[in-house]
Design a protein around this ligand. Structure first.
Ligand code: ASP
Length: 294
């Protein structure tokens, strides 16, 4: 089967961007254009995501948000239309988590590696150690920590309940994702994230869980952003691609957003179906995407 090569990327969703939307749009467009140059659908999403992982305004790779203890824990996943999956969670010192996820898919018999084992695997695959924390994120982390601590002392974990309330009010997700189809009709979904601000160390969200924030089947592929616990609880990714069995990508994403809204999940979703149609939908107020080849 031959099809028209195309790609769609997102850089998160929420109640509004923290920085200027123009710069953000420029990077998304550049990532989509760069992705389109990839030879296969897997190459396409990896190329696009690596650009977004390198850009510090997004919550992925360099510039990812920080955990309660001031570290970075990066998650990523890649899933193909023919059922291949690779994912990593809790990487603390890696520049390109999406490439490590790809290596899990292509070089192991597993689907998901976490924590110390994932780090060890990344090094074995030739990824040098890299601290993804930027000065801006560290400053924001100190401010948040001080706000949370005001008037109190004790171990950080005591503040978690207050933090969870704050996260709900904050409502900004800056995870990155890409869905692409190549000329041979192969399509792939990929997502990369630092998760949510001040998450408990060890928390894993929807991004690296196949069927939650990243999913593909023979009918379509999707990448999500939003509150990971909600996305995971309702298996929204799987929901969307299953709908593509009988409806277009856009109709499936609209129906998934409706389902998410009914369950109070703030999120955004992009996708591609087997006929190469791209789509996007969000229950969060705002989401920017970049497209190329469509
Ligand atoms: N879905 C991500 C998570 O919960 C966050 C995001 O989309 O920005 O880990």
């Amino acid at each position: 089967m031959s099809s028209r090569k195309s790609i769609i990327v997102h850089g998160g969703a929420g109640r509004g961007p923290t920085g200027p939307t123009g710069e953000r749009q420029g990077v998304l467009d550049r990532a989509a254009a760069e992705g389109l140059r990839g030879r296969s659908a897997v190459d396409m999403v990896e190329r696009a995501i690596r650009i977004l992982e390198d850009h510090p305004i997004f919550d992925a790779g360099t510039g990812a948000v920080l955990t309660l203890d001031g570290g970075c824990e990066l998650d990523a996943c890649l899933m193909t239309h023919d059922g291949r999956v690779g994912a990593v969670a809790g990487l603390r010192r890696t520049r390109y988590p999406i490439s490590v996820a790809r290596a899990v898919m292509e070089k192991t018999d597993h689907h998901l590696l976490v924590g110390a084992g994932a780090t060890r695997f990344a090094r074995l695959m030739g990824h040098p150690d890299h601290d993804p924390r930027t000065p801006e994120r560290l400053t924001a982390w100190r401010r948040l920590r001080d706000d949370l601590r005001r008037g109190r002392d004790g171990p950080d974990f005591r503040f978690w309940k207050r933090m969870a309330r704050w996260q709900k009010a904050y409502g900004l997700f800056e995870t990155v994702g890409a869905c692409a189809i190549d000329e041979r009709g192969r399509f792939v979904a990929a997502t990369s994230t630092g998760g949510i601000w001040m998450k408990l160390p060890g928390r894993v969200g929807d991004t690296p869980i196949p069927g939650a924030g990243t999913c593909a089947n023979p009918f379509g592929a999707i990448s999500m952003t939003g509150h990971g616990e909600g996305v995971m609880r309702h298996c929204l990714g799987r929901h969307a691609v299953e709908l593509m069995r009988r409806m277009s990508c856009q109709a499936a994403l609209d129906a998934t957003a409706k389902h998410a809204l009914a369950h109070g999940v703030e999120c955004g979703i992009i996708g591609v179906d087997r006929r190469g149609r791209l789509g996007r939908a969000n229950t969060a107020k705002w989401m920017q995407v970049g497209k190329a080849g469509a």
